[in-house]
Design a protein around this ligand. Structure first.
Ligand code: G3P
Length: 217
């Protein structure tokens, strides 16, 4: 299972990268705005800074909602750095743009996916990643994890190679449940990754080991 961090915060990206377990980064316009990164040139520079920190894929989202605009923006994003994955919205023109980029060998991430049918279309268009937003489904009393299970079943039935990137992950249990269901990737906040470390028996056990060691010294 790949671990992506879902942020545009450089310090948090560095912290996850330093742990040695980070496989990539996902961003979106809201995450950029949250870090105060605004304006086309600043956003482009920020993508390059992120790519220079991590080794893996970095999803960068197009703003255009028409096919020609998505192709134009996506090509500019892909030219920025070899690690950029073009992130496209799950609308008709987004699917068409996804097919265009997959035919050209440029990696894509279909975002804002909320149904198995949308995920099926993403796979048909050759998407590298499909991003079902599980937290946002949970927010409206719909089982986000069930969507991961449905997409896993459909993709396995036909051997689709599109990777299921569980997005809108909010906490550690989302990560663990996605791992059980066979999501290929999860993207979440730093806390959803570092939270996996926590267990009181680990802390107590370590304190006891150190205490006992120090008795003999
Ligand atoms: O990965 C998608 C993500 O950025 C959305 O997360 O928590 O805003 O639903 P959230």
């Amino acid at each position: 299972m790949k671990f992506f961090i879902d942020t545009a915060n450089i310090e948090q990206i560095k912290e996850a990268q330093d742990m040695g377990i980070l496989d990539g980064v996902t961003t979106n316009p809201s995450l950029m705005a949250k870090e105060g990164i605004t304006g086309h040139d600043n956003i482009m520079k920020h993508y390059i800074s992120i790519c220079n920190i991590v080794d893996g894929d970095v999803s960068a989202e197009v703003i255009a909602t028409d096919y020609e605009g998505m192709v134009r923006e996506g090509e500019a994003l892909a030219d920025l750095h070899g690690q950029i994955v073009v992130k496209l919205p799950m609308i008709k023109d987004g699917i068409k743009a996804c097919k265009y980029f997959s035919d050209k060998g440029i990696k894509t991430n279909m975002t804002l996916v909320f149904s198995p049918g949308q995920a099926l279309l993403a796979a048909k268009a050759g998407a590298t990643y499909v991003s079902p937003f599980i937290g946002r489904l949970d927010d409206i009393s719909t089982d986000g994890l069930n969507l991961i299970a449905e997409i896993r079943l459909i993709y396995d039935n036909y051997g689709f190679e599109t990777e299921i990137l569980a997005a809108s992950v909010r906490h550690t249990m989302h990560v663990i449940d996605c791992a059980k269901l066979g999501a290929d990737v999860m993207t979440g906040p730093l806390s959803s990754i570092t939270g996996l470390l926590k267990h009181p028996l680990t802390d107590n056990g370590l304190a006891k080991f150190l205490e006992d060691y120090n008795k003999g010294n």
